[in-house]
Each structure stands twice: as C-alpha cells, then as structure tokens.
Design a protein around this ligand. Structure first.
Ligand SMILES: Nc1nc2c(ncn2[C@@H]2O[C@H](COP(=O)(O)OP(=O)(O)OP(=O)(O)O)[C@@H](O)[C@H]2O)c(=O)[nH]1
Ligand code: SF4
Ligand SMILES: [Mg+2]
Length: 408
C-alpha cells in the first residue's frame, strides 16, 4: 500500500529565486520533475514528489516558488511558500551566491516555526565561494556544499537532511492503553458517511496497534455492541467508538468499562489533548455575533447533515443559546486573519501529520485563540466528556477544573 501523505516527513526546498532549488530537488529525486530555467521565478506553485529517504523512510519532497529580497522581504509571511512551511518537518535553504537579510529572515521564520534546516551551498561546480562558506560556518548552521552535477554531493545532502529530521515522540493511538490478552471493543458505524468497502485510517491503525500490543480487538457496528458485550466472556479493557455514535454507545457500555472515542485518541496521537480540552474554556464565554472558525484539513465531499456545516453549528448554538457566526475553512493551508475568531473548532486532521496539527494548535495559541477539536467538543456538548476522558486522567482533571471554575 502507498504510504499516505500524512505519514511522510515533509522536506521543503526554499530560497531566493534562481538559487537552484528545482535543480537540487530534481537531483535529489533522481528525475526531472520540476522545471529548471535560468529565468528567475520559474517555479510558481509548490511541486511535490514522494520518495524513500534512508534512514527516515517515506518522505514527501516539496520544491517551492523562489522568494527574494527585491521588494519581497515581507512576502514570505503571506506567500504560498509560507503556507508550505506549515507542512515542513525539515527545510533545505538553498543559497547560491550571497547571504543577505533575506536569508536571515528565512532562518528566523524557520526557527520561529521550530523547523530544523540545512543550508545547501549550491552551484559549487562554478567555483568555491569562501566568503559564503565562512558566514554559514560562523553561524553554526548545518550545511552542505553541493552541485546538481556532482552526484556524490547530492548523496551527502540526502544524509545530512536525514540526520537533521527530528525524531519527535509521537504518542501512540491506543497501544499504551492496552496490554497483551486485553479485549478491546472498537465501535465502527457503517453509515452513509463511511467510505465504501474499507475502514478509515484511525480505525485501521487502532486494530493494528491492538495486534501489536497482543491484545484482542473486537470490531462491531453500534447496533451489535450490546450483543457483543453480552457474549464476550472477558470484560473489555476499553471500548472505543466513533464520535458520531457516542451517545448510543455511552448508553450501552456498563459504567465499569472505560470508554473513549477515536477522536479523543486522535487528539492525543495527532495533536495536544490538554490544549484541545483547555480550549473549552471559551465555549461558555461566546457572545452574540462572535465569529467561530471550523477548520477542516481536507476538502472532502460534504454530506446533507454535514458535521462541520450543520451538526456542530446546531449543537453549539443550542448549547450556548447565542447567535454565533460560523465560518468553515477546508484545505491544507491554514487560513489567514485568525485574530477575528473567538474559537477554533478543528477536525481530527487525519490527512495531515502530527507536526502540521501541532503547528496549527501552536499558531492559535500564539494568537491567544482557544482551539478545540470535533471529538472533544461533541462529547462536551453532549455532557459525556468526563466519561470519554477516563483513560486520560490528566485531561480529565483539567476538564473538571474548567467545569468547577465555570460553576463558581
Ligand atoms: N552550474 C550550475 N548551475 C546550476 C546549478 N543548479 C542550478 N543551476 C542553474 O541555475 C539556474 C536556476 O536553476 P533552478 O533550479 O531553476 O532555480 P530555482 O531556484 O528553482 O529558481 P526559481 O524556480 O525561479 O525560483 C538554471 O539555469 C540552472 O541550470 C548547479 O549546481 N550548477
Ligand atoms: S478529519 Fe479532517 S482531514 Fe480527516 S477527513 Fe475529516 S475533515 Fe478531512
Ligand atoms: Mg524553481
């Protein structure tokens, strides 16, 4: 099976126009994918290519449109290249002749976003640029001297990039919550929203992690849950349900069996569960006319009773009793002008990497905008959040604290 994009580390090539980014990108891939020309501004939109990069594994390489310092210093923040930065696990800053304020600005942006980077001093076949080399060395940056014509230098760049990718800790979806021999019941509704003939990624991943933990995953639809619980000889260690069936499942699962939702598991695995619970503080403070952003990381087909466009707005409006204005933003790029929103409600982000999701949460946090996700909010609005946070005592304690503060 092809590795999904969300599981690939993203390696971004960036730098001034004409620096040689597309040439390096092509040499890296070993194929002529991106257009190369001596005309500055050849690449206008990001170009993607997946490949295996040892020892990281599957990566997605991204060539970007060049930026430069001729009147474009401020452009980095708003450009398509900046949007691509949200996806970066590592960046390759391509420099061919000079180090200026522009490169400084790019480095600052990378540091602000906590993106590890390497400087590729390219076009080395044209001669040594000692001045440039001295500057990069003096700044203690990781660097590589390369030429698109020198295969050995490209191999070195591959190794150098692989070595700067951070091996961030990624909490598992479920593996640490179960032990060998445990029975885990996974509730998977097969309704109109379910993709034809297959399960979705978090469901597949949960089954796989249960198997890795030598636990016994039992997969049922919500209608068969009660029966499944009756015939099981061993009490399940955990029941996990799709958020949309959570009300029915809460009613069917005895109180002494811990339960949670795939969305809550995803919030921890792919994001920051505590921060997403913390965002709930803003819900009861919403006032008439406040703007709420509903963020979806992909542009999937919308349904009649769509979760983002219909259900969440309806549930939230009923809950707060205020006329809140909802805005839906779908797609890989994070929307601009976040400051106009009083709350962000984000989807599980199944098509983006953990790093991209954390960056979205971080961006909201930096601007002081509370952020929650669908799973946390839906359970909260239905009054069952404490129940589904049971496997996560720290998050449950934070939620209790929020509830107590609101009661005062
Ligand atoms: N001699 C030499 N020329 C190179 C090298 N890399 C790129 N070039 C030349 O530099 C010019 C620009 O190369 P590109 O790869 O298109 O540069 P780019 O950074 O993608 O440019 P934009 O997309 O316009 O931002 C082309 O004429 C390339 O042939 C190199 O390693 N050695
Ligand atoms: S969770 Fe987000 S990224 Fe995944 S399918 Fe739903 S809207 Fe798309
Ligand atoms: Mg280019």
């Amino acid at each position: 099976m092809k590795t999904p994009e969300s599981y690939r580390k993203h390696v971004i090539f960036l730098g001034r126009r004409n620096a040689g980014k597309s040439s390096l990108f092509n040499a890296f891939v070993g194929a002529e994918i991106a257009i190369v020309s001596d005309k500055p501004g050849t690449t206008t939109d990001p170009v993607y290519k997946s490949m295996e990069l040892s020892p990281i594994g599957p990566v997605m390489l991204v060539d970007t449109a060049g930026l430069d310092d001729e009147g474009h210093l401020g452009a980095l923040r708003t450009s398509k290249t900046n949007s691509v930065l949200y996806k970066a696990d590592v960046a390759c800053l391509v420099v061919d002749s000079k180090w200026t304020d522009f490169e400084e600005k790019v480095v600052k942006e990378l540091k602000d976003k906590d993106i590890p980077f390497i400087v590729a001093l390219t076009k080395s076949d044209l001669g040594e640029n000692q001045k440039l080399l001295d500057i990069v060395k003096s700044k203690n940056f990781s660097y590589c001297v390369v030429s698109k014509y020198d295969k050995e230098s490209i191999d070195k760049l591959r190794l150098a990039i692989a070595s700067v990718v951070k091996s961030d800790y990624e909490p598992p979806l479920i593996e640490d919550l179960v032990n060998g021999g445990d029975v885990v019941v996974l509730v998977v509704p097969i309704d109109l929203g379910a993709p034809k003939g297959r399960l979705i990624m978090p469901q597949v991943e949960a089954i796989r992690e249960c198997l890795d933990a030598e636990a016994v995953p039992v997969v049922v639809k919500e209608r068969e849950l009660r029966w499944a619980l009756e015939i099981l000889k061993q009490k399940p260690k955990l029941v996990v349900t799709d958020s949309q069936a959570v009300m029915r499942v809460v009613a069917d699962v005895p109180k002494d069996i811990p339960m949670t939702t795939f969305s809550i598991l995803e919030a921890r695995h792919k994001g920051d569960l505590l921060e997403l619970v913390n965002g709930l503080k803003a819900v009861t403070k919403l006032k008439d006319g406040d703007n709420v952003l509903i963020g979806e990381a992909c542009t999937h087909r919308t349904l009649v009773d769509d979760i983002a466009r219909v259900k969440i707005p309806r549930w939230l409006t009923n809950f707060v009793g205020k006329e809140v204005k909802f805005f839906v933003h779908s797609g890989r790029e994070y929307p601009e002008n976040l400051e106009q929103y009083k709350l962000i409600i984000h989807c599980g982000g199944c098509v983006i990497t953990r790093k991209m999701m954390l960056r979205r949460i971080e961006e909201a946090k930096k601007m002081g905008i509370p952020i929650v996700n669908y799973g946390v909010l839906i359970s909260y609005l239905h009054g069952i959040l404490a129940r589904v946070l049971e496997p996560f005592p720290e998050a449950q304690a934070l939620y209790e604290e929020i509830e107590n503060a609101q009661r005062v």
